[in-house]
Design a protein around this ligand. Structure first.
Ligand code: ADP
Length: 903
């Protein structure tokens, strides 16, 4: 394929990325965001999958089987299980304005300068080879596609790599240095990175599908053909004795890489917009890793079947196979996929390294020369930006150089592992710093330096020697000709593969020294302060009470000027005003409040790193070094404040609860009040009806003296009836009131059930005869004794029976039953009347309730009978209910305990 087409496509792709990044940033200006969600966050994390994944995994699978998978299991474990570690780091970095892994280490150990420098140099040395690896991947894939393999160093693709790199550099320069504040998010860049993650996934899946289904006849065909080759069979079973150790060390490496690789730190922590995104990423990112690895084994097998005897580079199978099948368009897509994997990594890694180099190496150097300091009126933000740009060029230049000199000799994966092993050295200092207050600056320095040197001697130098840049004999005879200093067998440890070997010795020395020195040394005040902050304070859910201060005082205008120099006067003033109004600090003084000094330092830390920020601020501020005791007091005070806060919150929660209870009670009272009103209204209404007829009748008799005697008698009889009804009603209302207020005492007596029933029956005898009804009684234990208030219960029975009589049809039957079960007596009255509407079954026990559409009206009907009955039964700690019988008619049942005393 023509190099021009390929280069043109790559260029077009880069332009598309720029367009995307640029749009994302313009959207941002309208206060919207494309990247503010967990999915984009997870996709940006997928910058983890570089050209190494894209090309190298297949290569590794084809040469050493399944162990490529360990590289993805580590991050999966981190995201799915150990995300609280990540969360802690995110919170700390947000509150302290930390913008790089070097910054994190240095800030934890008292903003120590040497640590920042050490970690920066270390990261640069560890990661440059990794960036070179990406350049190499772009070059070799380009090479294969353009058919220019075999040309010497002077070939065109070398030039096109150079130009490609140049274009990429411009992209990074443009989108990576938009703001001086490194703590500000790179909205456009992250949008581009997430997009690249999608492209590389799609392209790789396309390759996998094509190779599995287009070249072979699906998975089973592919596996059958592969199975026929003994070498391949062997590959996918555990063979060597140290397979387990190498699996374990790769897992460890990838776990730490996901935390500490500068580019991962950049996307996971610095660019994190919302810690809740971590939850989504916890499953989306592992899923991404899973999907992108689906076709690795099939492609590796396919390549091994198609190119037996190593006629093609296994790293490039994914591109080689479609190309040999004449699928040019697909090949171009696959090339672009690999290109995005590589460029995504280069972009983010460069930004991350740049922040470190400029903040911890270049800027501090500049500030330490007095010239710049004297010109402090100048706008320093331009200086910062130029230093950043220079650093970008430096990083890319170094990578190109490494690519030219060393990378050509190595497969993709081995270079990647060298980088992984480098960043793994940060583990003791960072993790120890996060969870162990005893970790000290000197411990971290000693551990890191030892780990670093060990890594250099066991991995980096051998790789340089292997490339012919160093004397090759060290590989065989050991350093200085001493055999137990052989880089892959220190002290005679020969049973491990080179990477596990290096990891073992370096981490052992590193963590050992870190712990030993930490335990045995003294710690400074600032260090103790930061240790407390990191381990205990900053990670609280809501960091409300910031331990307030160094006793720093400074001249306010000088402080403002300092900030102004870096971020411009407008922003400086507005930040000051916001902060001051939030914390109620006066701004019209000449001496700045200590909190303001601290705030300035935090903002500056975002721009130039915490160590430099600290140096600059202490130049304007008169720092009174606090004694250890004062520091501890400060911390204790804030601890107390936090507890006080918690206490206050608890109290206010309690108050809210009490208020709620009160208002519920109030609602209940109001409802009761309403009920009382209603009751009064109904009572007076009920009283008026008989009164009206009494009055009408007596007036008639009074006004007509000549009225015939028999009519007069009839009228007077009616008056008597109505008066009776009236007094009955009044008695009812009064007795109900007595029951409700609890004024009615129970006069308990022990009687036989039979006695109770007989008395009730005799009460209603006249009514029964009048209506020609039949009463059937059922009594299981006639002589059972029961303790109750006979007068009241008789009243209940009377009410139930009269109701039953009232609703019974002419010559119907009423069933009156009493049964003993357990220690209860159950009495029921059933009639053959029209029954009770379902909806009214409970309502009939309410005061004054009379079911609608009643045709019958008993003379003394008041709607109070059942309400009173219910009260009486409840006073006896029993209960009453009504139901409809299956064959029509109603049944009232009440249950009484046999003895009131037992209950
Ligand atoms: P009242 O004094 O009006 O009878 P109650 O409280 O005794 O008042 O009864 C309330 C309502 O329950 C009655 O008006 C009637 O509608 C219904 N009711 C009571 N007993 C029966 C029954 N055996 N059959 C059908 N309805 C009944």
């Amino acid at each position: 394929m023509s190099s021009w087409i390929i280069a043109g496509t790559a260029l077009g792709y880069l332009l598309l990325l720029s367009l995307l990044a640029w749009s994302a940033e313009s959207v941002r200006k309208k206060r919207k965001s494309w990247i503010n969600n967990g999915y984009v966050y997870a996709l940006s994390m997928a910058v983890y999958c570089t050209a190494w994944t894209y090309y190298g995994s297949v290569g590794r699978a084809a040469t050493s089987g399944l162990d490529f998978l360990t590289i993805y299991i580590g991050p999966t474990i981190l995201c799915a299980l150990f995300w609280p570690v990540l969360l802690k780091i995110i919170r700390i970095c947000r509150t302290q304005g930390i913008t790089s892994i070097a910054d994190l280490v240095s800030t934890r150990y008292g903003k120590n300068f040497s640590l920042a420098v050490l970690v920066t140099i270390f990261c640069v040395m560890g990661v440059i080879p990794y960036i070179a690896l990406q350049l190499k991947a772009i070059a070799t894939s380009f090479d294969l596609l353009a058919g220019t393999t075999g040309n010497t160093n002077q070939s065109i693709w070398k030039d096109s790599t150079f130009y490609g790199t140049l274009l990429l550099t411009i992209f990074i320069l443009f989108f990576g240095t938009r703001s001086v504040d490194a703590a500000e998010k790179h909205e456009g860049l992250i949008a581009a990175i997430a997009f690249e993650s999608v492209i590389k996934l799609v392209a790789f899946l396309a390759a996998g599908l094509f190779i599995t289904y287009g070249v072979f006849n699906g998975f089973s065909d592919l596996f059958q053909q592969a199975n026929a080759q003994p070498r391949l069979q062997q590959l996918f079973t555990f063979q060597e004795n140290n397979a387990y150790t190498s699996w374990f060390s790769m897992l460890t490496l990838s776990f730490f890489a996901m935390l500490f690789l500068p580019r991962q730190f950049q996307v996971n922590v610095v660019e994190n917009l919302d810690e809740n995104h971590l939850k989504t990423a916890g499953w989306v990112f592992p899923l991404y890793l899973f999907v992108i690895n689906l076709f690795v084994v099939p492609i590796a097998l396919a390549g091994s079947v198609l190119y037996p005897g190593a006629t093609a580079n296994p790293d490039l199978y994914v591109l080689n196979i479609p190309l040999d099948q004449g699928r040019h368009l697909l090949s171009l897509l696959i090339f672009i996929g690999g290109f995005s994997a590589a460029t995504g990594m280069i972009i983010v890694e460069t930004i991350a390294l740049t922040t470190m180099i400029s903040n911890h190496l270049a800027l501090p150097l500049l500030f330490s020369t007095n010239r710049l300091h004297q010109e402090s009126r100048r706008n320093l933000s331009a200086v910062v930006l130029w230093v950043r740009r220079g650093s970008i060029l430096l990083v890319i230049g170094l990578s190109l150089l490494y690519d030219k000199l060393v990378a050509e000799q190595y497969s993709l994966v081995s270079i990647g592992l060298v980088s992984f092993a480098a960043v793994a050295q940060l583990a003791p200092a960072v993790l120890g710093g996060l969870y162990w207050k005893g970790a000290s600056k000197n411990g971290a320095l000693a551990g890191l330096a030892a780990g670093f040197i060990c890594w250099m001697f066991t991995l980096l130098l051998p790789s340089l020697a292997g490339a012919g840049l160093l004397d090759n004999s060290i590989l065989e005879n050991g350093y200085f000709g001493i055999s137990w200093l052989r880089p892959d067998a220190l002290f005679g440890l020969t049973s491990l593969d080179p990477v596990s070997h290096s990891l073992f010795w370096s981490l052992l020395l590193n963590s050992g020294l870190f712990v030993l020195v930490s335990i045995n040394g003294q710690k400074g005040t600032r260090e103790t302060f930061q240790a407390e902050l990191f381990v205990d304070f900053l990670t609280k859910e809501k960091f409300e009470v910031e331990p307030a201060a160094w006793k720093n005082t400074a001249n306010l205008p000088a402080l403002r000027l300092l900030l102004q120099n870096f971020i411009g006067s407008e922003r400086a003033v507005s930040l000051f005003q916001k902060y001051a109004s939030r914390h109620q600090i006066p701004l019209n003084t000449t001496t700045a409040d200590p909190r303001l000094v601290q705030f300035t330092e935090k903002i500056l830390a975002g721009v130039i790193g915490s160590a430099s920020a600290h140096i600059l601020v202490s130049r304007v501020a008169k720092a009174e070094e606090l004694s250890m005791e004062e520091v501890l007091n400060l911390l204790r005070e804030s601890q107390q404040m936090m507890e006080l806060n918690k206490e206050l919150r608890r109290k206010s929660a309690e108050l809210t609860r009490v208020t709620e209870q009160l208002s519920a009670l109030n609602r209940q009272l109001m409802a009761m009040d309403e009920m009382k009103d209603e009751f009064l209204y109904t009572v007076t209404h009920e009283l008026r009806t008989p009164l009206t007829s009494i009055r009408a009748l007596t007036e008639l008799v009074h006004d007509n003296p000549e009225m015939p005697e028999n009519q007069k008698t009839e009228f007077l009889a009616a008056v008597v009836r109505e008066t009776e009804r009236l007094s009955h009603l009044i008695t009812q209302v009064l007795s109900l009131e007595r029951f409700e207020s609890g004024k009615q005492p129970l006069e308990l007596q022990t009687i036989q059930t039979k006695e109770l029933l007989d008395e009730a029956l005799s009460d209603i005898q006249p009514l029964v005869q009048q209506k020609k009804l039949r009463i059937q009684t059922q009594l299981t234990h006639p002589f059972q004794l029961i303790e109750l208030d006979p007068i009241l219960v008789r009243q209940v029975l009377y009410n139930l029976l009269t109701n039953a009589i009232r609703f019974s049809p002419e010559s119907g039957t009423i069933l009156f039953a009493a049964e003993v079960s357990g220690n209860h007596l159950e009495i029921s009255v059933s009639d053959q009347g029209k029954g009770i509407p379902e909806a009214a079954l409970e309502l009939i026990f309410d005061k004054f309730y009379q079911a609608p559409n009643q045709t019958l009206k008993k003379p003394e009907g008041s709607g109070l009978g059942l309400a009173i009955s219910k009260k009486i039964i409840e006073l006896h700690t029993g209960n009453i209910r009504a139901e409809n019988r299956e064959d029509g008619g109603a049944r009232f049942i009440f249950i009484l305990p046999l003895s009131q005393i037992n209950l």
